[in-house]
Structures are given as structure tokens and as C-alpha cells.
Design a protein around this ligand. Structure first.
Ligand SMILES: [Zn+2]
Length: 229
């Protein structure tokens, strides 16, 4: 019955690829297979001490770190990310998170991980936007890996947009802006922290420092959907 309803819905309102606009096959979700294949991968997870890990090495303890897609301005991926964040298409984040989860899971990236947490957004910003896109990325990762999403991270105060800031300015801007709730639940656990786009790494670094300060034996996996190079 559900299949019949899906077929009818597809006939009257065809599902299309968010990137190229082509009609999606029954098995495709949000993007067509061809567009998924052409998204630029960093393949950092296959490299020992990859460029993401070098950003954090010696600054915060972590098990693994990676940024999965290479982000560059004016690319199709950048357009999709913009839609995800600002044009009410959070489902783009869920699908991209699912793709990342599938590809990293096969490579064993999540070995020893117990749960996933999204980089939090301050409630006021989330209320204005209507959603936190990283929650959707975390949801997609969870679908692909079976790891549960935990809501233990909170943005305790709003911070200014960081786009034009240097690493030092970003860190000053972020200082004291995160809070860990129910820290006991993270004791001895492997936690995957998920962000959308990693530019300087200031957000993941600040958040990781807060978590290990509150829960020293929590093992961190730092994961960004996209990374700039
Ligand atoms: Zn497409």
C-alpha cells in the first residue's frame, strides 16, 4: 500500500535531484547517484595523520578527525550547503550525513564510537532559522551507522557570525559559549561530534576542549561534513 502511495505521489509530484534537477529513481533520495558520485571527497579518513587531524594535534585529545567533502565557493556542493543552512532544506543535511556515515562506516572510522552529538546552535538562532542543520547531519549519520544521537551539548550564549574572523578571533568569540549537560553519561564513551563546515577548526576545537575538561575519559571523534582547504 505504501509503495502504491509513493508511486502515485511520484507521478503527480516527481521527486527531483537537489543538485541537477533530474527526476529521481525509486531508490534515490534527495540526490541522484551521478551527483553523489561527483561530490568532491577529501578521503582524509584513509590518510594517517590527515590535514584535519593535524589541525587539532597537540591542542585537544581525539581518536580520529576528518572532514569528508571538500568545500569550495561557487561549487554545487556550496550551493547545496547554503540551501541546507539558509533556505529551509535541512533534509539535504540528513542525506549528506547519511552518505558520509555509510562511507566512513565501511572504512572503520567509527570503531569504538558509542554515540553522536551535533554542534549545538543557540536556541534563539535556532528559533529564527527553524532548525539546526547539524542535528539533521547527525540524524543521517545515525541512520547509516546505527549509533544513537545524544543531546548533551548546548550553546549557552549566542556568538557573532564567524565567516570573516581569524582563528584567534573565532576562539575568543566562542570562549565560554558551550555547556555540557549530563556529563556523567559521557564517562568512558566514544563521542562523535558533528559539524557542517570546518574552516579554521575553532568550533570543534573549542567544543572538544570543553568536553574533555568536563569528562576527561570521553574519547572524541571530530567529524565535519565539509572542510575547506
Ligand atoms: Zn543529480
Amino acid at each position: 500500500m505504501r509503495q502504491i502511495l509513493t508511486d502515485i505521489a511520484d507521478f503527480f509530484l516527481p521527486r527531483t535531484c537537489h543538485i541537477c534537477g533530474c527526476r529521481l529513481r525509486e531508490t534515490e533520495k534527495t540526490f541522484c547517484v551521478r551527483c553523489i558520485e561527483t561530490l568532491p571527497r577529501s578521503l582524509y579518513h584513509l590518510m594517517p595523520l590527515n590535514p584535519m587531524e593535524r589541525r587539532f594535534a597537540g591542542l585537544v585529545p581525539f581518536v580520529r578527525a576528518t572532514g569528508h567533502f571538500i568545500y569550495s565557493r561557487n561549487s554545487q556542493l556550496a550551493e547545496a550547503i547554503h540551501d541546507m543552512k539558509y533556505r529551509k532544506f535541512p533534509s539535504v543535511g540528513r542525506r549528506l550525513g547519511e552518505i558520509v556515515g555509510e562511507e566512513l562506516n565501511v572504512a572503520g572510522f567509527f570503531a569504538g564510537a558509542d554515540c553522536i552529538a551535533a554542534v549545538p546552535m543557540h536556541w534563539w538562532k535556532e528559533a529564527r532559522r527553524g532548525y539546526n542543520q547539524t542535528d539533521f547531519i547527525a540524524c543521517g549519520l545515525s541512520l547509516a551507522t546505527g549509533l544513537p544521537v545524544v543531546h548533551v551539548l548546548e550553546a549557552s550564549r549566542p556568538h557573532k557570525t564567524q565567516t570573516a574572523m581569524t582563528l584567534e578571533q573565532r576562539q575568543a568569540n566562542l570562549a565560554g559559549s558551550f555547556r555540557i549537560n549530563n556529563a556523567d553519561s559521557l564517562r568512558g564513551k566514544g563521542l562523535v561530534i558533528v559539524d557542517d563546515v570546518c574552516t579554521t577548526g575553532a568550533t570543534l576545537r573549542t567544543l572538544a576542549a570543553e568536553i574533555v575538561s568536563a569528562v576527561p575519559d570521553c574519547r572524541l571523534y571530530l567529524l565535519s561534513l565539509c572542510v575547506t582547504i
